[in-house]
Ligand binder design. Structure first.
Ligand code: ZN
Length: 152
């Protein structure tokens, strides 16, 4: 196909405005990627290893390396933006519980209620209904988490 001056004109205009609009604003996918790294760092602080070993929250098997997953109590596909990167909703899990058992949610529920109290669990279910502006919330969380991880 032959490129025409007409086509170039059409593509160059919106490109300029997109570039301008993105200055100072990272794409949400990038924020989410960075935020997830921070979540894992914060999780190491909030849910630290015991005698050097991190255990799966739901089956108590030791986890490390690729087997060390940060799993969601309320699944990230359904929990909404508010809880997706909320540390209350996250615990270390093994790949078997997190992936193969779909989060092992029944056991997750039981243990959370036992260890943190029923109110804690109920609050998570309440917060699941919250609708927020994802982007702004993620930026705010990222700041909060960085404060925690940088302080260590
Ligand atoms: Zn497990």
């Amino acid at each position: 196909m032959k490129r025409t001056g007409f086509k170039r004109k059409i593509t160059s205009k919106p490109l300029k405005t997109t570039k301008l609009a993105k200055v100072g604003k990272q794409p949400i996918s990038k924020i989410q990627k960075v935020l997830w790294v921070e979540c894992r760092r914060v999780a190491n602080i909030l849910y630290p290893p015991v005698n050097g070993i991190t255990y799966c929250y739901t089956c108590s098997s030791p986890v490390e390396g690729r087997n060390k997953h940060l799993g969601h109590f309320l699944a990230r596909t359904v929990c909404g933006a508010f809880l997706k990167y909320d540390m209350r909703n996250l615990r270390w899990q093994c790949i078997s519980c997190n992936i193969h058992s779909g989060g092992n949610s029944a056991v997750f529920y039981k243990l959370l209620a036992e260890k943190e109290g029923q109110k804690y669990v109920d609050k998570l279910f309440e917060d699941k209904k919250k609708t927020i502006k994802a982007y702004d919330h993620y930026v705010q969380l990222l700041e909060e988490y960085k404060k925690i991880t940088l302080a260590i």
